[in-house]
Design a protein around this ligand. Structure first.
Ligand SMILES: N[C@@H](CCC(=O)N[C@@H](CS)C(=O)NCC(=O)O)C(=O)O
Length: 265
């Protein structure tokens, strides 16, 4: 069983999509980062970096319980565990390259662009310009690579697509008002990849994996899926607020998602 520490923001969304795609049984533990729950000592014991996502695999190597943190590490760990969505061995170099490009470039620059555009107490033109441009440039690199391709690596759907999806799905939020071709217009290459992933998860009929854990209906659907939301006692000081069960994941609705995006993306 995978225990999945989650908040409805882009990096956890990648892991949610992987879990839904592969049908691995999992439990969701909401960690409301807009309330600082990522700093609770109990969560820091799982991710010393104090960010979501993180997982605990109760059936890790040799049957031991192990933790994995950072979305890219989790995706790689779970592909090795399941043998799924890892592409061919001939494409391993490509897979690793795109995974790390997303994990160290597209993701962090997008996150900082969101922060300086939307959350920083002061509007700092230099910082906004730098991070916004780098975010645009990273989206453009991906978009160019996707020209004439269905998937990022080889001919198959892999964790590179899943990792990119976490950010492609939020591109309108990161690049609102962008002068470059929007990745979400549906005419751009990245927009097509996003549609392909959305269609794929709808066809699979599984809990709308392309919009994982961020719709109000999530809690109602949860009972029909392979996972359950687990309830934890509140932690002193920081607390996994038991009320979070009805707000996160996904319950957060657009308002909470925007809040989370502003503060934590
Ligand atoms: N490199 C990490 C980044 C994780 C990350 O930045 N997570 C955000 C949500 S998308 C978070 O936890 N923010 C809360 C905070 O920074 O305190 C990963 O890919 O998992």
């Amino acid at each position: 069983m995978i225990r999945f520490y989650y908040h409805p923001t882009p990096n956890p969304a990648k892991v949610a999509l992987f879990l839904e795609e592969t049908g691995l049984p999992y439990e969701v533990v909401p960690v409301d980062t807009s309330k600082g729950q990522q700093h609770a000592p109990e969560f820091r014991a799982i991710n010393p970096n104090g960010k979501v996502p993180a997982i605990v695999d109760t059936d890790g190597p040799g049957g031991a319980e192990i933790r994995v943190f950072d979305s890219t590490a989790i995706l790689l760990y779970l592909t090795e565990k399941t043998g799924k969505l890892m592409g061919s061995s001939a494409d391993r170099g490509e897979l690793l390259s795109w995974l790390f490009y997303i994990g160290t470039g597209l993701g962090p620059f997008s996150g900082q662009a969101v922060h300086f555009q939307r959350a920083a107490p002061e509007k700092l033109p230099y910082a906004i310009n730098r991070y916004r441009r780098e975010a645009e440039r990273h989206y453009a690199v991906l978009d160019t690579h996707l020209e004439g391709r269905s998937f990022i690596v080889g001919d198959d759907y892999t964790i590179a697509d899943i990792s990119a999806w976490g950010w492609i799905d939020r591109a309108n939020f990161v690049l609102a008002g962008s002068v470059i071709r929007s990745p979400l217009t549906g005419t751009s290459n990245a927009g097509s990849t996003r549609s392909t992933i959305g269609r794929r998860s709808r066809e699979r009929g599984r809990w709308g994996a392309a919009t994982p854990l961020r719709k109000k209906s999530t809690m109602r659907r949860a009972g029909r899926s392979s996972h359950r939301i687990i309830r934890r006692p509140p932690l002193k000081g920081h607390g996994f607020d038991p009320g979070a069960r009805s707000r996160a994941p996904g319950s957060s609705s657009a308002q909470s998602f925007r809040l989370a995006g502003r503060r934590d993306a």
